[in-house]
Each structure stands twice: as C-alpha cells, then as structure tokens.
Design a binder for this molecule. Structure first.
Ligand SMILES: Cc1ncc(COP(=O)(O)O)c(C=O)c1O
Length: 421
C-alpha cells in the first residue's frame, strides 16, 4: 500500500487524534528506518524512547520468535515463567521490592495513583488523619487516562475532558517554597517526573527532590516518581533518581521495557505493597509471557550499555553546547545521557528545523513548542552524533530569522535570570 492510499484511508477511518508526518515506514534495522520509497532515516527519537536497543535487535528478534512459538498469552489467573524473573531483575536494579505489570505508561501511572490512595486509606483505617490529596507538578505529563490527566500539569491536555479526578493540587516545578506551602498532613503523595519529558526535558532540581523526599518521609506520604520516559537506562543509569541519591516509594516505567511490545510496570516497597490484596487491581493483558520474556532480554542488554549511554550522552551534550555558542536562537541545552534537548527561541524555528532534518533523513521531534528533543537508541556511535549536530547547525543557520537574533541567553545567564525573577 502506498503512503497516499494509507493516509486517505486513515483520514476517513481513524479518530483524528494524530497529525502524522507524510512518511510510511516499512522496516528498521539498527539505528535506521526505511520508508516505502526506500529512503533511509537516522532514528534519533526511537519511537519516543521505545526502541532503545535499536530496530531489529537480534536478541529481541530471537526472544520474540522463541516465545511466540511457545506461549503468547495466559491470563493472570495462572502463573507463567517470566513475571517473577522480570520482577527480580527490576527490583534488583531499582532498590525497590515489588512489581506490578501492565500495558502502557499511562496505565502504570494510573496504578501508582491508586496505590497511593489505597496506602493512605489503609493508614486512615489505623486511626490516622485522612490523607487523600495528591501534589503533582506544573508542566508535567503522565498520560492520557483520567487519573494521569488529573495529575498532568499542562492545561492543553486536560481542558477538553474536565471534570477530572478530584484531589490534585499543582505545585510549581522546582519551587521549594510552593512545595513547602502546599504540603500538609492531608497529602498522600507527591508526584514528580524525575526529568520532565513532554514538558521540554526539564530535570528536577536536587534540592527540590530532596525536599519532596524529606516531606513525604516525615509525614508518611509517598514519593511517586514517573520514569516512563527517563528510566531504564535512558540517562546512563538504570533510573534517573539514581543520579540524585533518593529512593522513591513508587516508580513507574514503560516505554523501552519490552522494546516495542506494550509493557509497563509499577515498582514499590514491601511497606506500600501491604495495602493491596487480591482483586483490588488487575489487567487482562499486562505482564503476559511474550512481553515479559522480551523485557528480560532488554534488561540483560541495558545493563551492558549504561557506560556507553553515559559516554555518548556527554559527547552529544558537549557538541550541543558548542552549537549553543554559535547560535543566538538557542536558548538552552539540557538533558542527561541520551535524553537531550535544545530549546530555541520560537515555535516556528523549532518546526522548521525538525522538518528540515526529516527531509535530510534524520528523525527528531519538537516538544513543548520550542524544544528540539533527542531520544536516540542506546547503541548510537559518535559518527551518528556528528551527523545530527552538523545537520542541526545547518538547519539553524538556514532557518534563523533576523527577528530570532535577540540577546543571547546562555544556560548560566538563564539560571541567573530565574534567580532574580
Ligand atoms: C513521563 C511520561 N509518563 C507517562 C507517559 C504515558 O505513557 P503511554 O503513552 O505509554 O501511556 C509518557 C508518554 O510519553 C511519559 O513520557
């Protein structure tokens, strides 16, 4: 089928939820994708962080083939061989004790919110004062289901669907005073993306995460981290919170876990898990044998790649900072490991650069209007980084308008500006 016929049929038959680029992908191998016309693309987005091991990875292909020939699905009424082993690997690398498996990021987050409320209710029954409020962050993104939307601090995602789940208060991200002011004994959970992804690759400040950790610990509330985009090796550690020396009570993961098969997980402590009993939460498909067998292979590969992710991340970040010095339109360069971003000074420029790179066969994306986001596979080499940075340099030169050339605000100067705001 051609691009034209697929896009015509989709326009007639699908809910109009996506504004797709006019490209029909038909295969992938390594860090490359090919479209229906045979054009090759360097993939610096990895299906928004999913194809972390690259396309058509031999170990993943073999695991899918092996497991598909044995058992694809068994209901959660019975045991299969892989959930316990996958939970063992995830708890080992996270420092947490228990896992629950589901199908997606939003579903993992939804389950984490349920866990927070259930844990609080259990404590309420023990004669404590009622806790039910959830503190979530402005500029965050947690998914598209109702609970996830209720905690997503960006009005554009929420507005069409109000009223949402009640009991959520938003805190200004990284604002210590605001967190302190809004936290009280009615709060059951503080929810944070360790690095805000859709919000423009904004890492939580160490002081802010530390305060959230101390407040929740002291009050018996939960620190709930969303690492659906930034977790599982993306930053060069298994979890982004491991850069901060903080251990959450609950963490959610998904995107790269089963290399493109739908799988998410909630990880938590033994203490929190005591609030759950059979029948309180569940899923038909979540944690099936095929996805779990693949996830075990993913984690085997991920641990061997962490050092490489850190090295490539540093190389990439340094190259982007060098670009920052040459382009007035660049407002900031930020990120960790292979989760990097360049913020430019207008949505039009971000759009034009993304489009030009795509024409040249490089896939990145624009998030939060003005942020160019890079989530390449963990296996990229310096030559791939060089190619992307060179193309970016040219695309910025070509598309920067004279009106873009305002006062250059470097990252350091930006922090100063915020401090005085
Ligand atoms: C931080 C974060 N949380 C939750 C989600 C939702 O995940 P999913 O699209 O798998 O439901 C995303 C997706 O982009 C995300 O980046």
């Amino acid at each position: 089928m051609s691009l034209a016929s697929v896009s015509r049929m989709e326009a007639k038959l699908l809910l109009p939820t996506y504004e797709r680029q006019p490209i029909l992908f038909v295969r992938g191998r390594g860090v490359y994708l090919w479209d229906s016309r045979g054009k090759r693309y360097l993939d610096f987005l990895s299906g928004i962080g999913v194809n972390a091991l690259c396309h058509n990875h031999p170990a993943i292909r073999a695991a899918i083939k092996r497991q598909a020939g044995r058992l694809i699905h068994v209901s959660n009424l019975f045991f299969h061989e892989y959930q316990a082993e996958l939970a063992r690997l995830l708890t080992q690398i996270s420092g947490l004790d228990r896992a629950f498996f589901c199908n997606s990021g939003t579903e993992a987050w939804e389950g984490a919110l349920k866990l927070a409320r259930a844990f609080a209710q259990m404590k309420n029954r023990n004669g404590h004062k009622a806790r039910w409020r959830i503190l979530a962050m402005e500029n965050s993104f947690h998914g598209r289901t109702f609970g996830a939307l209720a905690t997503t601090g960006q009005p554009k995602y929420r507005a069409p669907f109000v009223p949402l789940v009640p009991g959520v208060t938003f805190v200004k991200f990284n604002d210590l005073d605001d967190l302190q002011r809004k936290f009280d004994s009615s709060v059951c959970a503080v929810c944070i993306e360790t690095i805000q992804g859709e919000g423009g690759i904004c890492p939580v400040d160490p002081e802010f995460l530390d305060l959230a950790s101390r407040l929740t610990k002291r009050a018996g509330a939960l620190l709930v981290l969303d690492e659906i985009q930034c977790g599982l090796g993306r930053t060069g550690r298994h979890f982004a919170y491991q850069h901060y020396g903080v251990l959450p009570d609950v963490v959610t993961v998904a995107k790269p876990l089963a290399c493109g098969l739908p799988l998410g997980a909630i990880l938590t402590t033994d203490r929190v898990a005591t609030c759950m009993h059979p029948g309180m939460h569940g899923t038909t498909f979540g944690g099936g044998p095929l996805a779990c067998a693949v996830a075990i292979e993913f984690l085997r590969a991920e641990r061997k790649l962490l050092k490489h992710v850190r090295a490539m991340g540093e190389y990439f970040h340094a190259a982007l900072e060098a670009l920052d010095k040459r382009h007035k339109s660049i407002q900031d360069v930020r990120g960790a490991g292979l989760m990097q971003a360049v913020e430019v000074d207008s949505p039009e420029l971000a759009k034009a650069v993304t489009k030009q790179l795509l024409q040249e066969g490089i896939i990145i994306n624009r998030t939060h209007e003005t942020v160019l986001r890079f989530l390449p596979p963990y296996v990229i080499q310096k030559k791939h980084v060089d190619q992307v940075v060179k193309a970016l340099d040219a695309a910025l030169h070509k598309n920067e308008e004279p009106t873009h050339k305002k006062e250059k605000i470097t990252s350091a100067r930006r922090k100063e500006v915020h401090a005085h705001a």
